[in-house]
Design a protein around this ligand. Structure first.
Ligand SMILES: *Cc1c(COP(=O)(O)O)cnc(C)c1O
Length: 406
């Protein structure tokens, strides 16, 4: 009876169970979380951590925001799903509030980020055939090297990351890859059958890569000049993360299609959307695209609350202000291992020199100090806490990095 398993920690038991039954498509830190509130999460041993990942920026509003929770519980007890075969009373106000906030004209509601990307690709192609007059089957979409747009077969087909695409082909044709941040390469790649340019304003998964100043503006000009749809994937950069509602505002550009997701629900529920600023969305007619859960009343009620608190509680301005402070503190750390500190708002990254021993080790050391962050690729640590971070918490984060890096 004195089985050793009986004496293992709850953490070890749950990790072992997960390994036994789960697909091994992730390699998480060995921390098992059970509760979250604001910027903090707690593991099953009772340890508290400051969350510097925010579920890849899905929890911009902080964990278990009480007002989003209230909206979710109230709606869950009233009506959760009708399908779009019938109408529900949350969809129209969700559309209205989202369009007012973002200056959009049309919304297509979906669930995951990848679905929003797939939907934009479909809409852009259809627009190419019906409006631009591209010959059937010839539509071409330009994407950037080192992109991350999700995990569906079509999307990984135009990824340049061997881990993301290797072994998953054959892939959909019709995509052309150009270097990120290179407007001249984009211009050279545009041809008569180009229907869209799909790009992240800041590449998140690639390691918080900020393009040269003026890049998005030039991309916008080129798209307008050549009758090409500009699709900005703001699934990670949007909804306050970079200190503006949308990252496109930093360069004063407007996309034809803007994709949002992640923080659109404050982390309560998968909600995504394609926002359209032009006639593009009008190419979709009844029966041509859809989703059982897209635009459901629970999603709409949660998203309405998530957008409301983002604005009413000043989270976007806070991200800009506290983000600058945190970036300055991180940049002042004098450590040989640090190659670069960069970011915008609270979308930050510390890149280590290749010989420094890897970002994973730093993340594990930070974990021991009560800070959860995740490496992206080998040498970069992303820092993206909830946008409600205080000055004192920002200073504390910088202190932990200083202690671990020195
Ligand atoms: C996370 C992310 C996606 C995919 O979102 P999912 O909800 O995981 O499908 C797409 N684009 C960007 C820029 C992202 O960060």
């Amino acid at each position: 009876m004195n089985d050793i398993a009986l004496h293992r920690s709850p953490t070890a038991d749950l990790i072992a169970l997960e390994a036994l039954y789960g697909a091994k498509n992730y390699k998480p830190l060995d921390v098992v979380l059970t509760r979250g509130q604001g910027v903090h999460v707690w593991d099953v041993e009772g340890n508290r951590y400051l969350d510097c990942l925010s579920a890849y920026s899905a929890v911009n509003q902080g964990h278990c925001h009480p007002k989003i929770l209230e909206a979710m519980v109230a709606q869950a007890g009233r009506l959760t799903l009708t399908s779009r075969a019938f109408r529900n009373d949350q969809l129209a106000p969700f559309y209205e509030e989202l369009c007012a906030l973002t200056g959009s004209h049309k919304v297509l509601p979906m669930n995951s980020g990848a679905e929003a990307v797939e939907s934009a690709i479909k809409v852009a192609r259809k627009w190419g055939y019906e409006v631009k007059g591209v010959p059937e089957g010839q539509a071409e979409i330009i994407v950037a090297a080192d992109n991350f747009h999700g995990r569906t077969v079509a999307i990984v087909g135009f990824s340049t990351d061997p881990q993301s695409r290797g072994g998953f082909g054959p892939f959909a044709p019709g995509f052309k890859v150009v270097p990120y941040g290179d407007a001249a390469a984009l211009e050279a790649a545009i041809g008569p059958n180009t229907v869209a340019f799909l790009v992240e304003p800041i590449q998140g998964e690639a390691g918080v890569i900020i393009p040269p100043a003026g890049y998005l503006k030039r991309a916008r000009e080129l798209c307008t000049e050549h009758d090409v749809i500009l699709i900005l994937d703001e699934i990670q950069t949007g909804l306050g993360r970079t200190g503006k509602l949308l990252a496109e505002e930093h360069e004063g550009v407007e996309a034809d299609l803007t994709l949002i997701g992640k923080a659109l629900s404050g982390g309560f529920y998968p909600v995504s959307a394609v926002l359209s600023n032009s006639e593009v969305m009008s190419v979709l007619h009844p029966g041509e695209h859809g989703s059982t859960f897209g635009g459901n009343p629970l999603a709409c009620a949660v998203a309405r609350a998530a957008l409301r608190v983002l604005v009413e509680e000043g989270m976007i301005e806070n991200a800009a202000r506290v983000g600058d402070r945190l970036q300055a503190s991180l940049a002042s750390i004098r450590a040989d291992s640090v190659k670069d500190v960069r970011g915008r708002g609270l979308m930050l990254a510390v890149e280590l020199h290749a010989e420094a021993g890897g970002a994973r080790r730093v993340c594990e050391a930070l974990q021991a100090r009560g800070l959860l962050a995740k490496e992206t690729h080998e040498h970069t640590i992303r820092i993206a806490p909830p946008l409600i971070l205080t000055d004192a918490q920002a200073d504390w984060i910088a202190e932990q990095f200083a202690a671990v890096l020195r």
